[in-house]
Ligand binder design. Structure first.
Ligand SMILES: [Zn+2]
Length: 218
């Protein structure tokens, strides 16, 4: 049976990891608005052409276009279900999603928020770095190299950090996330669909909790 969920969480909460896992293990399809928009424009679908014209004028893509786009892809996700990512963002979009699903005899099953503690998230993100040679991942606090400045795996002394892994960027993204999700949380809280999972817990713990929600054991 198809399970349709909305997965919420700020960048760095582990949403991508969990969505990839649900796709691989359950065959669910992740419907991320940004990715879909780019794909539809590239493929030149009717909705894609419309969106392209709007974006070319420097305007924001309307709710109607986003909804049409979701409709185009929903049929692909008929089997195991869909993971909505970045949609809905407004009450109006939430209503549109309900209609799109109802038209197909389907419904939204859960809204799962990967909740994060902002301070902990900042520490998690700004501390991470990788070996410039072999790509081994490290963290200043949680996983330093055994010998300072030397990669445990390959012995390289060069490391790199992603330029957007800085405190200001993390806080800006967090504020954007709050602005975008706050309007929709009450809608799903009222419907009893909202579930919160501790996004700061280890990846396996988060995965087990999501599985429990999807399988109705939690
Ligand atoms: Zn290395």
């Amino acid at each position: 049976m198809a399970t349709n969920i909305i997965l919420l969480g700020p960048p760095g909460a582990g949403k991508g990891t969990q969505a990839a896992r649900l796709q691989a293990l359950r065959g669910m399809i992740q419907l991320s608005t940004g990715d879909m928009l780019r794909a539809a424009v590239a493929a030149g679908t009717p909705v894609g052409l419309k969106a392209k014209a709007v974006m070319a004028r420097g305007e924001l893509v309307s709710d109607a276009i986003v909804s049409a786009l979701i409709g185009e892809r929903l049929d692909d996700a008929a089997g195991a279900g869909a993971i909505f990512d970045g949609f809905p963002r407004t009450r109006h979009q939430a209503e549109a999603l309900e209609i799109l699903l109802a038209e197909r005899g389907r419904k939204l099953d859960h809204v799962i928020e990967l909740a994060v503690d902002e301070e902990a998230l900042v520490r998690r993100i700004i501390g991470r770095f990788t070996c410039a040679h072999c790509g081994a991942p490290y963290h200043d606090e949680y996983k330093p190299t055994k010998r300072p400045g030397v990669c445990d795996i390959c012995g390289s002394t060069e490391f790199k950090r992603r330029p957007d892994d800085n405190e200001q960027t993390v806080r800006t993204r967090m504020a954007e996330y709050r602005a975008k999700t706050e309007p929709i949380l009450p809608i799903y809280e009222e419907k009893g669909l909202l579930r919160r999972v501790d996004g700061m817990a280890p990846v396996e713990t988060v995965a087990a909790q999501i599985d429990g929600i999807l399988d109705g054991t939690q």
